[in-house]
Design a protein around this ligand. Structure first.
Ligand SMILES: [Zn+2]
Ligand SMILES: [Zn+2]
Ligand SMILES: [Zn+2]
Length: 760
């Protein structure tokens, strides 16, 4: 049996299944999975195979299952054969998994020896990736090493019939890690389990902010119904408007917050327990400042015993606290704190009190963020619960290391036919994040024992990840164009090798002509790409400044297009238009861009939705939210002046609508429909020149569900087979997988670079 079948309780599962069916033989860990030799009556064997394939342990994932007949051995019993030392090398490390139902029962049963014990876990749940220092995955090589199992725990650990057989982090209150509660000058307030939780609950009720140590780092926690507490959190954390995620005790508590579809429910309650972005409902009653100007709210359920116990205490003492803010404990964009000492140092002026524990977090791992769009899961951040679970590729090739982009960075290391995408590392714009990047790269490399034959990075010369790669003298370095990597990420996920069309709608990425790309129509495969068409090049007055201030993008574009006949729109009042004009006239710090993200910014500013942003993507998100879901909108007229998609006709139409007083939601709906229509037309046009029927969609702008669903439907209707990212983030968090796929293919074909060209 191949796949994720080691370290997930697979052997005890086979053992228990076989013995219950009175079958004989053995199970062992083999170099690439699990090997079973089994003998018995035909009907019993069939039951065995059926259960094996249909009800494997929750954390396992069977990739392939090969059977063959051998001579009867007349075995006397069924046994688990011990592992050979070298077999551990191929063990796949499971992600950190949320507490399972059985362990929940244990911690809430007053008769159980793990009653209210916050580090309860078993083979089916608990921390893995964030506690493993090196392989083999054995207790001495984890941060559980200082805790020696008591005789009761050891007995469970040694018994193949026990749910805790070989559960490396197995622990109880006698032998395992402990929590305590301290103030912001590191003075211990209480060390007792129950009183720590009780004081924490009381503090939350009093509007205090608590730093809580979790699995992959610290969270900052306040009562999500207490607006002044949430505001204090925002000001201390220096996070003005970006929505904050909440944790609720159970799906029932979402009734007064958000809509919940069946798919969203499945995702929310899955063993991974990501933050799911749900649409607020009419009863939404959280503090106003939790997710201002946003019609979605990020919700997750308790995923550690510690969280579950906290909610239990809250329900008993303060039942009105139905939701808690649980946001990464960091200041603005720094990585989430993981060490007790760092947390004290960095958070003492932010958090009032700390819920600490003494199980070290070896490597940080943020909460994953996902959304259900059209019954598909779209990842905004793939991290805790998912990383380092491999993505299976369809071929074997040399191992490579791909280092991702600059923002929402992840890295990807491949080994054989498996691609290991790292957890979310974040924006590589500060020193702390750079250190984190290096730590994740070496840690992931170590635990999967890959031997990279090349490094693949972005083309952007100023990215930290590019500079880092070019310093790695031991490997050949390949550079992959940003949007080609987005395209390749979808191809890798869906095992596509032939030529495809790619519609990549993105914020910004360095193009092979040196301009900033982002509205790209590409054609080709992993090693040959043609830029078939792109959004019109327009100047970005002030570069980075324009990204933060969409009004600058809008004025710059309108002025470039209309010159002295610049239309007067309400958003321009009080803005320093002359500065922008001057910059465009003199071509001062105004790089050209074909970014689709900036087009959304421009329209957002023009429609008076948002002129300045406080977080990435805000202008586009608020613009999209104006669209009424059930409405059909007509497209504006548009024009494709090959190879450019001309922007002027779209802006013309928007200006006319604005001047005629058409309501903004209609304008925004028409604008979205225009983008969908014109890209569909472009695809149909392209198909006349190239007989390609497969289209891949990727890029950060496609986190916009109206656009993504619209394109999917429209392209499918036009007869195309459409693919998008489903396993890795559709934004830059998925870039490294695409880079890795490109690098492997270059090595395979013995090529030195990707062949990039522009359609003529
Ligand atoms: Zn469990
Ligand atoms: Zn114990
Ligand atoms: Zn990108």
């Amino acid at each position: 049996v191949n796949g994720i079948v080691q370290g997930v309780g697979f052997r005890p599962f086979v053992f228990n299944l076989a013995t219950s069916l009175k079958l004989k033989g053995f199970v062992n860990n083999a170099s690439n999975g699990v090997e079973i030799e089994i003998e018995g009556k035909d009907d019993q064997l069939e039951k065995f195979f059926f259960q094996l394939e249909n009800n494997p342990p929750p954390l396992s994932e069977i990739q392939s299952f090969v059977k063959s007949k051998i001579n009867v051995c007349n075995s006397k019993n069924f046994i688990i054969q011990p592992s050979e030392p070298n077999e551990a090398a191929s063990t796949l490390i499971s992600p950190d998994m949320s507490i399972c139902k059985d362990c929940l029962k244990d911690i809430f049963d007053p008769e159980n020896r793990r009653y209210l014990y916050p580090f309860t876990n078993c083979t089916n749940c608990g921390p893995r990736y964030t506690i493993i220092k090196s392989i083999p995955y054995d207790r001495p090589f984890t941060t559980m090493q200082p805790f020696k199992m008591c005789p009761n725990c050891q007995r469970e650990y040694d018994d193949p019939r026990d749910r805790r057989f070989h559960a490396q982090p197995n622990a109880c209150s006698t032998c395992g890690p402990k929590i305590w509660y301290e103030d912001n000058s590191a003075q211990i307030m209480t060390e007792d389990n129950l009183s720590s939780f009780t004081r924490l609950a009381t503090d939350l009720n009093n509007g205090k902010m608590i730093a809580i140590k979790g699995i992959g780092g610290f969270h900052l926690c306040v009562d999500a119904l207490n607006d002044s507490a949430v505001k204090i959190l925002r000001s201390r954390k220096n996070r003005e408007q970006k929505p904050l995620a909440i944790m609720v005790s159970s799906p029932d508590d979402i009734n007064d917050i958000a809509h919940l579809t069946k798919n969203e429910m499945n995702l929310l309650t899955s063993a991974q327990k990501p933050i799911v972005l749900l649409e607020k409902n009419k009863r939404y009653n959280l503090a106003q400042s939790v997710a201002p100007d946003n019609n979605r709210i990020g919700v997750m359920l308790p995923y550690t015993p510690l969280h579950a116990i906290l909610f239990k205490i809250l329900q008993e003492k303060y039942p009105h606290i139905k939701a808690l803010i649980m946001t990464s404990a960091n200041i603005s964009d720094e990585p989430i704190a993981i060490k007790n000492e760092t947390a004290r140092k960095k958070l003492s002026r932010i958090a009032d009190h700390f819920l600490m524990h003494n199980r070290d977090i070896l490597i940080r791992n943020d909460d994953s963020v996902a959304m259900e769009i059209n019954s598909k899961t779209v990842f905004f951040r793939r991290s805790r619960g998912y990383s380092p679970k491999p993505i299976f590729l369809n071929d074997d090739a040399s191992d490579v290391l791909a280092v991702g982009g600059e923002l929402k960075n992840t890295i990807c290391i491949t080994k054989g036919n498996q691609a290991f995408l790292s957890q979310h590392i974040g924006d590589l714009e500060n020193y702390e994040a750079n250190l984190s990047f290096e730590k994740v790269t070496s840690h992931l490399g170590k635990i999967i024992e890959a031997k990279p034959n090349a490094v693949i990075c972005d083309l952007h010369p100023e990215y930290f990840s590019t500079k880092w790669s070019l310093e790695q003298k031991q490997y050949p370095v390949f550079q992959a164009q940003h949007h080609h990597a987005h395209m390749a990420s979808v191809m890798a996920e869906h095992h596509i090798h032939n030529n495809v069309m790619a519609i990549i709608l993105d914020g910004s990425g360095f193009g092979y002509d040196g301009n900033i790309w982002g509205g790209e129509f590409l054609m080709g495969n992993l090693t040959t790409v043609e830029r078939f068409a792109h959004f019109q090049y327009l100047p970005l007055a002030g570069g980075e400044k324009a990204i933060k201030n969409p009004w600058r993008t809008a004025v710059g574009w309108l002025y470039s297009i209309y010159g002295d006949r610049l239309p007067q729109l309400p958003f321009m009042e009080d803005q320093e238009i002359s500065i922008i004009k001057h910059m465009i006239d003199k071509n001062l710090n105004s790089p050209l861009t074909s970014s689709c993200g900036r087009l959304f910014d421009c329209v957002s500013a023009m429609c008076g939705v948002r002129s300045n942003i406080a977080y990435e993507g805000q202008a586009a998100i608020e613009l999209m939210q104006m669209v009424e879901h059930n409405n059909q909108y007509d497209s504006y007229a548009y024009e494709i002046t090959y190879p450019e998609v001309t922007i002027k006709p779209i802006l013309d139409a928007i200006i006319i609508d604005l001047n005629n007083g058409v309501n903004v939601s209609t304008i925004v709906g028409r604008f979205h429909q225009t983008i969908v229509q014109l890209l569909t037309d472009l695809a149909i046009l392209a198909k006349r020149r190239y007989p390609i029927n497969e289209i891949v969609l990727s890029g950060g702008v496609l986190q916009n569900e109206i656009l993504l669903m619209g394109l999917m439907a429209s392209l499918t209707n036009a007869g195309f087979k459409v693919y998008m990212n489903e396993k890795v983030p559709i934004n830059d968090g998925g870039l490294s997988l695409g880079q890795a796929a490109i690098g492997r293919e270059l090595l395979k074909q013995n090529l030195e670079t990707v062949k990039y060209s522009i359609y003529k």
